[in-house]
Design a protein around this ligand. Structure first.
Ligand SMILES: Nc1nc2c(ncn2[C@@H]2O[C@H](COP(=O)(O)OP(=O)(O)OP(=O)(O)O)[C@@H](O)[C@H]2O)c(=O)[nH]1
Length: 763
């Protein structure tokens, strides 16, 4: 079951991607007499952030000078990107330059050590990041020590929950983009995730040493595809194998990395032939900033030359307000340009007190409260990630307010339980450092705390609960059983994986008498099967991957059903009447409109239970139901025989009958497919995708290769790895993400129903 990296990279991936919330762009014209310069402004974004800034200023005024000083020197940063952009290679340099590691090891390097952050054996073997790893390091800038909590996240969409968890608790991010491939399908996904959690980012264009590197094309794509104003702060010196360093266009100085591992930075004057380019890009930077920052707009309109501090100030304000992303260039593998990114993290990304974090006060009808990033306030922390380690369950906690002390008792707001913090550590990949106390804004880990991912802890004096993260729905499932009789370890492993990863689910199917696991894609499930073998010594047999279909209805249908069992023994009676109708938003809704108490409240609660159960297992092929509303507006009870069970059964049967009358449909996941391959294979790919009923939406041709975006039913994509390899002599790559659910073709629906019915008969 060991997959070579090339196959892994191409292996089927799937995930839910929400539509980006793009703020409507409004054009403002600043046109004072005598000037013709125009400034474009995103009005809604500006208002949204101005309000946030006002609240933040108020919260910061509650912090002590000492708190502010500690916060000023702290950054919680994520590293996110498309698969293979070089996040882990980049992070390895960061650890080296910050002194956390003494030598650099490459991802799948010849020394067989592997990168520090890819601590799982599987990660090192396959050269991919599976779990996000956290580390703590320090960086000296202007003679001041700054502390970073750094999280390297996986690029594969199958492990998207790791990115979600990281972004939920981080204050800023470095978006790594490949200089050759530019903005790729997953760059867009990661960007959407960053928007969801309001995470400001700086962009690092990596792999400047590769043939075909074109940073300015990548920046144009950032502007066009991510719709986030982006401008470079640097210009490359040399290109591809001749890439030597960068020019800082703000300070107008050339920077070269020297030494065996690029540990020293030499400065020099700008090479003559690059002077014009530096001026041009500096102007672009100032103009882009004038579009998103008022102070820079004023300087620009007055046609003044902004100072270095004014430019840097504008970059910081605009980046934190999420209106701009500054771009830096380099090559992680060639040890070039990494230190400037560390400086930029300090200069342009927010410290914890510059990010608005809110919670709900459970004791006051869930009213919203703003958290103060001060160690003197009562403690509030979020357990965002669980991991089974050598010493028991390791719980990662982000401290939002107050401080967490070793030996103290903290309260789990969701369960109400008090627990003792017996051991507190700072994480450095799989190694850890014991600490006595962790202050506001920091990330730490504790042992032996029983909780679920997403639980909020406080010191017990307040009842605050933080909103949890977004968990996407699974799209692929398969049946699994252990080859041996070792059921104890089998279920232990499944329990642990489910606790750690909310996108991985396991259930026992009563009908087929099989254990079914489901997740974000084939790779996601394969990794767990492999981990089961390695970590629990349980080898498994698996069935073929199955699509997670959904069931829905297309027209409303009325129901009026009476469940009656009144012959002998305790009787049962319940009548429900109403309508089942389709819901465009694709969520399931349950509503009651009962007059004169025809059905009492407690039986209505049983009806709701019946509805929820019915939605879990649709009437046509037993898959989950999406987008159905049940309205119960009439009914009847029997004074002796009615009970909760009767109403639950009545509702389930009424639901089923109405569903079958309401022109039901089977919905299938439609995936967004992105294929990249050398240009000569374009014809092959197009005919391959046509055969699979894909709808081609966009093709982009670069110098040597092309990228094709299409939508395709997930069911056609199983085995695509093999056909793509055959069609491109193994040179094509693809990624797959969930886009939406759509009705299957009528013949597919007929086949699925026939198949389901046959299985039912054979039982
Ligand atoms: N030429 C060149 N190759 C690089 C550079 N940075 C990374 N690579 C290579 O690109 C490949 C992927 O690098 P990783 O660091 O594993 O990328 P990643 O983004 O962490 O990968 P995932 O976590 O699996 O998504 C490896 O073979 C690296 O050696 C670079 O600056 N230049």
């Amino acid at each position: 079951m060991v997959l070579p990296k090339a196959i892994l990279r191409q292996t089927l991936n799937a995930a839910f991607v929400s539509k980006a919330r793009r703020a409507a762009s409004i054009l403002f014209y600043y046109k004072p007499v005598g000037f013709t310069r125009n400034i474009h402004r995103t009005a809604s974004n500006k208002l949204e952030y101005d309000e946030e800034k006002h609240i933040l200023d108020e919260l910061r005024s509650k912090m002590s000078a000492e708190d502010r000083e500690t916060s000023r020197k702290l950054r919680n940063i994520g590293i996110s990107a498309h698969i293979d952009s070089g996040k882990t290679t980049f992070t390895e340099r960061v650890l080296y330059y910050t002194g956390r590691i003494k030598a650099i090891h490459e991802v799948r390097g010849r020394d067989s050590v592997g990168a520090k952050m890819d601590s799982m054996d599987l990660e090192r073997e396959k050269g991919i990041t599976i779990q996000s790893a956290a580390t703590y390091c320090s960086w000296l800038k202007n003679n001041e020590n700054h502390h970073f909590n750094l999280i390297d996240t996986p690029g594969h969409i199958d492990f998207t929950i790791e990115v979600e968890r990281a972004l939920r608790v981080l204050d800023g991010a470095v978006l790594v983009v490949c200089a050759v491939s530019g903005v790729q399908s997953q760059t867009v996904t990661v960007d959407n995730q960053m928007r969801r959690y309001n995470v400001p980012r700086i962009t690092f264009i990596n792999k400047m040493d590769r043939m075909g590197a074109d940073p300015f094309r990548a920046i144009a794509q950032l502007n066009a595809k991510l719709k986030v104003p982006a401008a470079t702060l640097q210009v490359p010196i040399g290109s591809e194998s001749n890439f030597k360093g960068v020019i800082d266009i703000i300070n107008k100085v050339a920077l070269y990395n020297r030494g065996v591992n690029g540990e020293t930075i030499d400065t020099d004057t700008i090479p003559y032939e690059l002077k014009a380019l530096v001026e041009e890009k500096r102007q672009v930077l100032i103009e882009t900033l004038a579009d998103v920052d008022d102070e820079m707009a004023e300087i620009f309109l007055e046609e003044k030359e902004p100072s270095v501090d004014e430019i840097k100030g504008a970059i910081r304000r605009a980046t934190i307000a999420r209106k701009f992303t500054p771009v830096l260039l380099g090559s992680a593998l060639a040890n070039t340009g990494i230190q400037h990114v560390l400086d930029a993290i300090i200069d342009y990304l927010p410290d914890p007190s510059e990010v608005l974090n809110t919670a709900f006060d459970v004791s006051k009808e869930e009213s919203k409260v703003n958290l103060v990033s001060s160690s003197h306030e009562p403690f509030v922390g979020l357990a965002f990630k669980l991991e089974e380690g050598k010493y028991g369950q390791l719980t990662y906690i982000r401290v939002y307010q107050g401080s967490l002390k070793k030996g103290s008792f903290i309260k789990n707001i969701q369960t109400g339980k008090k627990v003792k913090v017996s051991r507190l550590v700072r994480m450095h990949s799989e190694e850890m450092e014991d600490v006595e106390e962790v202050g506001a804004g920091e990330i730490c880990a504790t042992f032996g705390i029983d909780c679920a991912s997403g639980n909020t802890f406080t010191d017990g004096s307040i009842e605050y609960s933080m909103s949890s993260m977004y968990v996407p729905d699974s799209v692929v499932s398969l049946s699994i059983k252990p080859k041996s009789k070792d059921l104890a370890n089998f279920s232990k492993a499944l329990n642990r994986f489910q606790k750690e990863d909310p996108t991985f689910r396991a259930r026992y199917d009563e009908e087929s008498k099989e254990t079914i696991i489901s997740g974000m894609g084939e790779l996601h499930l394969e990794i767990y099967i492999e981990r089961m073998k390695r970590e629990y010594n349980v080898e498994c047999e698996t069935g073929k991957p199955q699509v997670s279909y959904r069931e829905s209805i297309t027209i409303p249908a009325d129901f009026d059903y009476t469940h009656k069992k009144q012959s002998g023994g305790a009787g049962q009676f319940g009548r429900v009447a109403g309508t089942l109708s389709p819901v465009a938003s694709k969520v399931n809704e349950f509503e009651t409109a009962i007059v004169s108490g025809a059905i009492p409240e407690k039986f209505l609660a049983a009806c709701k239970k019946g509805f929820d159960e019915a939605c879990e297992k649709g009437p046509i092929i037993g898959h989950r139901v999406l987008g159905v509303k049940m309205l119960i507006n009439d009914g009847a009870i029997h004074s002796v025989d009615s009970n909760e069970l009767s109403f639950k059964i009545a509702t389930k049967t009424a639901y089923r009958n109405a569903f079958l009358k309401a022109q039901p449909v089977i919905l299938e996941p439609i995936m967004k497919v992105s294929v990249t391959a050398p240009n000569e294979f374009q014809g092959n790919i197009i005919s391959l995708l046509n055969k699979l009923q894909a709808v081609i939406q966009d093709t982009e041709n670069n110098h040597d290769d092309f990228t094709l975006e299409a939508e395709c039913p997930l069911a056609s994509m199983f085995g695509f790895v093999t056909s793509l390899r055959a069609a491109t002599q193994g040179k094509g790559e693809f990624s797959l993400e969930f886009s939406h659910y759509a009705p299957t073709l009528p013949n597919v629906q007929r086949e699925l129903i026939a198949d389901f019915n046959k299985r039912q008969e054979n039982k």
